[in-house]
Design a protein around this ligand. Sequence first.
Ligand SMILES: *Cc1c(COP(=O)(O)O)cnc(C)c1O
Length: 359
Amino acid sequence: MRVYNFSAGPATMPLEVLERAQAELIDWRGSGMSVMEMSHRSKEFVTVAAQAEARLRALLAVPEEYAVLFLQGGATGQFAGVPLNLTAPGAAAAYVNTGSWSAKAIDEARKYVDVHVVADEKDSNYTTVPAEGSLEVPGDAAYLHLTLNETIGGVEFPYLPDAGEIPLVTDASSTMLSRPVDVSRFGVIYAGAQKNLGPSGLVVIIVRRDLMGRARPEVPAAMDWTAMAEADSMLNTPPTLAWYLVGLVLEWVEEQGGLTAMAERNRAKAELIYGTIDRSDFYSNPVQPAARSWMNVPFLVPDPALEKPFVAAAEAAGLSGLGGHRSVGGMRASIYNAMPIEGVQALVDFMTDFEKQNG
Ligand SMILES: *Cc1c(COP(=O)(O)O)cnc(C)c1O
């Protein structure tokens, strides 16, 4: 029996993908072996890998002048990978702080670059993004970094900042593929796979080729974008099973109608749950409406003592993973691409009942 899984990551996957993986697990398309048992240099796996890349390129309309990498080390690895690949020692970079993941990216970057925090949403308790047009990026910044969607705070940029000639670099871990995005506006986009792309173990990096070749000599080989691009992300053994599963998820997104269709669905799901929260005096979400995430919806009940009973009763009703992040408490519903609207409907029905009994 499958539950509706609202976990923030690793997160729910499309059932069709799991069924397909199950059917192919023991004998992948007549090869007599599982994908996880194949050499990453085999013709079969090289095809699996190339198809995943081609699908990602098609879905996001990635321009030719961008390389697509499938690496390990998660988004966290790229918190270091970004400065190591884009700057020389002594350089500066600009960062926007909209919450927990931005802060982690900033802390890691400080090991390598002089960080200018050009906007810090602390005053709103991280419930806002900087106003459009308000960012002033110092000319010595090698890049401007932002977190498109804060997975813990549930804050998502409703616009893309413009830093002129300074490349825009983004951690898109929890919003990648949730809606169309203009890749050409970015220098680098990176995203850990375990939110919206598939299982954990992979980080996808889309990097404009003219930004390659700036890596420090001491960059670890496993994080060297240029070397990895030249080796088709196979300088060493990649996480083959995760890569294959991401390919199946991309095929599923294609079958659903691509990113325009995903965006319509995700908007409808988000409206359903925010609408329920806003109509009630019991639930609340503190995020500025324009910056509310379509993917991660944190919410509170009036009395923190009701949080544990809420999560337990939800679990018993087949609604899993609703506890808030350990750093902030409360509740959080992650409603990635693979969460069907029926799951969100079941959640809001549960919320309405819980309010009647406890409100
Ligand atoms: C989950 C997440 C990360 C961390 O990803 P890892 O793969 O655990 O390194 C970083 N940034 C954002 C926005 C995330 O949602």
